[in-house]
Design a binder for this molecule. Structure first.
Ligand code: MN
Length: 488
């Protein structure tokens, strides 16, 4: 089980009784938060920190403990912040600075100076905040009484983002084939991906997978076909084409498990030994939580895996989608997102149908794929791009909408959405920011989740939402470029 360290700051000055009370309070508070976070991480109450040696010990321990996904810190009493300098310089895990206190209300009848000395986070947390700012420590500050629902919600969001960052550390990503020839935005500096996010991205020849495909048994294919029949409508007589995809999925499943891989890419330009582009196979396996990026897009594949982790247990769909084409009636502009085949069935608003149709490009046999209309509701689209000197996350708020009319001849899964504040502004901003045509779309996550993930990974973030105004947006991009140049 993963852990969050709950670290309470104080100092030697107050004497044993006060420190013992602080320790008892901290334990009780950590236990309360632990109950609210059982599905994400344990909340591990650490001894109250009284001096710089203890502060350094606990922060160094958090940094090297592989079970620790982050730390929650708060100052029960005053805690002179010079004692935190070495500790904060050593801390390598995401930090939540919880600005709270043990008591909800002031005890008006009994409040005295002893109470004031024990319960002074209003004072101590400001001192602690100063040193974090002075040191340039990225952290999330959540303020309010720790039992209040809005505070719990923010702590849970922090914990989920920390769990996503943790998943990324050492996460293995497989590229079957390389980046699609000549395409720029899908390419990436894989060494930098590992330095920055911990993503270990490696190339595999499609032949490595073909070997495993050739070993799949008829019984394994039958079992996979039974799974398909249960989950999907079979709108094809071409059983052989569906069985071919079932065979791919069985092999892919084994390959990913054997190599401990969380996300993968393929490309229709490198399918030697495969009769079809993996469609149904890739779609069904994406629904199990694997990240996927087409055309060798390892950044999107990895991002889909970590954002999938961030969305764990929440209502809604998260996965890869591609900007495709527009519907442009004046005032009612919408976008149609899809892909050649590979849209995760988590986006299905209805029971997906298995269909077999030829593919216009790639020169392979007609692949089986899942076809469906997409879910509706509020969501975000997130794109991770490589600017050469840094990564940038572009996050746009979108509204997923029902397609206004049937598309009987479109043989792929599709999702429609409206951009904010409108298509003209939202799409222009996305293009100015350099956002890709591949994105991770989610109806489970919000801009706040991405803001946290960007903060924890020290990634530049630009947000496009209902308040976006192009002049200010372009100026923001210029400022970010200038800052990056100064840092170089
Ligand atoms: Mn694409």
């Amino acid at each position: 089980m993963k852990k969050l360290y709950f670290i309470t700051g104080s100092q030697d000055l107050y004497g044993e009784a006060t420190l013992a009370q602080a320790a008892a309070d901290a334990k009780e508070m950590a236990a309360y938060l632990g109950e609210k976070l059982t599905d994400i991480a344990e909340v591990d109450a650490k001894p109250v920190v009284r001096n710089s040696a203890e502060a350094l010990d606990i922060c160094a321990a958090a940094s090297t403990d592989s079970a620790c996904i982050g730390v929650i810190m708060w100052m029960h009493t005053f805690s002179p912040a010079k004692m935190w300098i070495s500790a904060l310089k050593a801390l390598r895990k995401p930090m939540l600075h919880l600005h709270t206190q043990y008591n909800e209300r002031l005890p008006y009848d009994s409040i005295d100076m002893d109470f004031m000395n024990l319960n002074q986070s209003a004072h101590g947390d400001r001192e602690f905040g100063f040193i974090c700012t002075r040191l340039g420590i990225k952290r999330e500050v959540v303020a309010g009484y720790y039992k209040h629902a809005d505070v719990i919600e923010k702590i849970r969001r922090f914990a989920q983002a920390a769990a996503a960052v943790d998943l990324g550390r050492g996460m293995r990503v497989a590229m079957f084939g390389s980046n699609m020839r000549d395409v720029a935005v899908t390419d990436a500096d894989r060494v930098e991906c590992e330095i920055k996010y911990g993503w270990n991205v490696n190339y595999y020849g499609i032949g490595d997978l073909c070997d495993m495909i050739s070993e799949v048994t008829e019984a394994e294919i039958d079992a996979k076909m039974a799974e398909y029949a249960e989950k999907y409508a079979m709108n094809t007589d071409n059983t052989a084409a569906v069985r071919e995809q079932a065979k791919y999925e069985v092999a892919l499943d084994k390959f990913l498990a054997r190599e401990n891989i969380s996300a993968f890419t393929d490309t229709f330009q490198d399918l030697h030994g495969l009769e079809q582009l993996p469609g149904l196979a890739a779609q069904n396996i994406m629904a199990k939580g694997y990240g996927f990026g087409p055309e060798g897009d390892c950044k999107t594949a990895a991002l889909a895996a970590v954002l999938g982790k961030l969305a764990d247990g929440r209502e809604g769909a998260t996965g890869f989608l591609e900007d495709y084409t527009y519907d442009l009636p004046e005032g009612g502009e919408a976008e149609l997102a899809s892909h050649m085949l590979e849209v995760s069935p988590v986006f299905a608003a209805e029971k997906p149908a298995i269909e077999v149709h030829p593919l216009g490009i790639g020169g392979k046999s007609a692949p089986a794929r899942l076809v469906f209309e997409g879910v509706t509701g509020e969501g975000i689209a997130v794109s991770l791009i490589d600017l050469g000197d840094r990564f940038r996350l572009v996050c746009a708020e979108i509204t997923l909408v029902k397609q206004p009319a049937a598309m009987p001849k479109l043989p792929v899964a599709r999702v429609m959405w409206r951009l904010k504040p409108d298509l003209a502004t939202g799409s222009a901003a996305w293009i100015y920011a350099g956002g890709a045509h591949h994105a991770v779309v989610s109806t489970a996550l919000t801009v706040d989740d991405i803001r946290l993930y960007a903060k924890m990974t020290d990634t530049e973030l630009v947000v496009i939402d209902g308040k976006t105004e192009l002049n200010a947006f372009e100026q923001q991009l210029e400022l970010l470029d200038t800052v990056a140049k100064l840092r170089r």
